[in-house]
Design a protein around this ligand. Structure first.
Ligand SMILES: [Zn+2]
Ligand SMILES: [Zn+2]
Length: 461
C-alpha cells in the first residue's frame, strides 16, 4: 500500500518518470567530467549549475584528475584542498528530489606504463596516486567502499587494466564500465569485462573538459556542455541510474548495485528507459537460486521508437524482439530455464534513428537440491567459481577441495558468505592440479547453524 502510494506520488511529482510499474525510477546522469580544478575550464559551481539548469540532468559528477598529470610542465592534478572544496560544493549543490552533485577523482594513466583511468566517486580523500599499481588501486577502492568505474576502456591501448584481467579478490572494487563516452564506443570492452568475470554495470558519460582546440583559429574554444555534450556520433551519452529517490545515498547505492543503463540520446529529449528484470530482480543484481523457470521482463520507453531489442545470454545475442511496427513503448516477456552454474543476461536496445542503449547484466547462479555445490565453468581450465545455496544469515563460508583419493588439496575461505568462491585450479602450494575429478566440501556457518554440503567437479585443460 505504501509502495503504491509512493509510486503514484512520485509519478505526479516528476513528469519525466518513465516506466512506472517498477519500484525504481530512472534518473539521468553524467558521471565523468572536469573543471579547472584539474584540466578542464571554469568552476565546479558553474559546472553543476549548468548540468542542473541548462542540460537538465539529475546527476552530475565532477571527476577531477588525481594522477599527477601535467601540461607544459604545470601540474593539473587536483590538490587535496581543492578536493575537499569540491566535496563541500557537491554537497551544497545537491538538492534531494531535484539534483545530485557528486565529487569524484580520476586516477591512473593511459600512458604505456599506466593501467588506464578509473573514476571513484565521493571517497573522503584522494588516492595517494601510483599510476602503475592497479592492484593497489583496487584495494584502496575496496577499503574506501565508494563506487568506481573503468573509464574509456580502449582495448587498443596497452594500459587497459591489464587487459581487464579478472581478479576475484577485487571483484567488488569495480562497479561500472563506460560502454560509450564522448570520444568512442567501448562496447567490446564491456562485453569482454563480463566474459572475463567482472560484475560491472553499463555506463555512458561525457568526460567534459569544455575546451576544444579550434583548427581554424589555432586557439582554444570554450563551450560549456556539462550534461549535454554531443559526441562524434551526434549523440549525448548519459547513464540512466535506477533508484527509488533522487538523493545522494540512493544514487551511490544504485551505482554500487550496478542498477544502470548506458545510452546515447538524440534528440536531447529522447532519454531512454530500459529496465531488465528476472522475476523480481533488476539489472545489476547477482543472486543464487534453485534451477528452474524464470520470467524475464524487458521494459523500454523513450520519445523515439524502438526498432529491436536484443537479450544477450552469456554475451551472445540469443533472443531478438523486432518491433513491427516500431514503437516508443514496449514490454517484452520471455520465459527462461535456469540450469546449474552461472548465467548472465543483459539487454541492448536499438532505436529507429540508430541510438543505442545497454542495460547492466543480471547474474544468476543456478543450484539444485541434488547439486547444492557446483562449479562454473565445469570442466575447469584455469579459473572457476564455486557456487552454492547460501545459508540464511551466514557469517562465513569455506570450501575444502579433495582429490579422488580423499587427499586435501586446498582450503579457500569466501570473501563474502553469500557469494561464490573463486578457485584458480591450484593446490595449497600454488601448483596447477592434475586433470581429473575433485570433491568440494562446503562449510557455511551462521550464528546458530553449521551446514556442510558436498559437490563434485572436474579439471580438464
Ligand atoms: Zn580519462
Ligand atoms: Zn576524464
Amino acid at each position: 500500500m505504501k509502495m503504491i502510494f509512493r509510486i503514484i506520488f512520485l509519478s505526479l511529482l516528476f513528469s519525466w518518470v518513465g516506466v512506472s510499474q517498477a519500484e525504481y525510477k530512472c534518473f539521468y546522469g553524467n558521471l565523468h567530467a572536469h573543471t579547472d580544478y584539474s584540466d578542464g575550464v571554469s568552476t565546479p559551481d558553474t559546472a553543476f549549475a549548468y548540468a542542473r539548469d541548462v542540460a537538465q540532468i539529475h546527476i552530475q559528477a565532477l571527476t577531477e584528475h588525481n594522477n599527477g598529470g601535467s601540461f607544459g610542465g604545470v601540474s593539473y592534478s587536483i590538490t587535496p584542498e581543492h578536493y575537499q572544496n569540491l566535496r563541500l560544493i557537491a554537497d551544497t549543490m545537491t538538492a534531494p528530489g531535484r539534483f545530485v552533485a557528486l565529487a569524484g577523482q580520476e586516477v591512473g594513466s593511459i600512458g604505456s606504463s599506466g593501467f588506464g583511468h578509473i573514476n571513484i566517486w565521493e571517497a573522503p580523500g584522494l588516492w595517494p596516486y601510483n599510476n602503475t599499481d592497479l592492484l593497489g588501486c583496487y584495494s584502496w577502492i575496496l577499503e574506501q567502499g565508494y563506487p568506481a568505474m573503468y573509464c574509456h576502456p580502449d582495448s587498443s591501448w596497452n594500459s587497459n587494466f591489464n587487459d581487464l584481467y579478472y581478479y576475484q579478490d577485487y571483484d567488488r572494487a569495480m562497479d561500472l564500465i563506460e560502454v560509450i563516452n564522448s570520444s568512442s564506443l567501448y562496447e567490446d570492452a564491456y562485453f569482454r569485462a563480463l566474459e572475463k568475470g567482472w560484475h560491472v554495470g553499463a555506463s555512458a558519460n561525457q568526460d567534459n573538459h569544455c575546451k576544444y582546440y579550434n583548427t581554424y583559429t589555432g586557439k582554444i574554444d570554450t563551450i560549456f556542455d556539462w550534461g549535454n555534450r554531443v559526441n562524434y556520433y551526434g549523440n549525448i551519452p548519459l547513464t540512466g541510474v535506477w533508484a527509488d529517490t533522487l538523493t545522494k545515498p540512493a544514487i551511490l547505492e544504485a551505482l554500487q548495485a550496478r542498477r544502470t543503463t548506458a545510452m546515447e540520446v538524440s534528440p536531447a529529449d529522447d532519454r531512454i528507459n530500459l529496465l531488465l528484470s528476472v522475476d523480481d530482480r533488476y539489472q545489476g543484481e547477482h543472486f543464487i537460486r534453485q534451477e528452474g523457470e524464470v520470467k524475464i521482463t524487458i521494459e523500454a520507453s523513450a520519445a523515439t521508437s524502438f526498432k529491436s531489442l536484443y537479450l544477450y545470454t552469456n554475451g551472445i545475442p540469443a533472443d531478438t524482439f523486432n518491433l513491427i511496427p516500431a514503437s516508443n513503448q514496449t514490454v517484452w516477456k520471455l520465459d527462461k530455464s535456469i540450469g546449474l552454474g552461472t548465467v548472465y543476461y543483459f539487454v541492448k536496445a536499438l532505436q529507429t534513428d540508430g541510438d543505442r542503449a545497454w542495460t547492466s547484466p543480471i547474474h544468476i547462479d543456478g543450484v539444485s537440491e541434488k547439486s547444492p555445490v557446483v562449479t562454473w565453468p565445469t570442466p575447469i581450465k584455469n579459473f572457476a567459481r564455486i557456487v552454492f545455496t547460501p545459508l540464511p544469515g551466514a557469517i562465513s563460508v569455506k570450501a575444502v577441495i579433495y582429490d579422488l583419493s580423499g587427499q586435501k588439496i586446498k582450503e579457500i575461505t569466501g570473501s563474502q558468505p553469500d557469494q561464490p568462491i573463486g578457485w584458480d585450479g591450484k593446490d595449497a602450494r600454488g601448483r596447477q592440479v592434475m586433470n581429473g575429478v575433485y570433491f568440494i566440501r562446503l562449510e557455511q556457518r551462521s550464528a546458530t547453524e553449521t551446514r556442510t554440503s558436498l559437490g563434485k567437479t572436474m579439471v580438464s585443460r
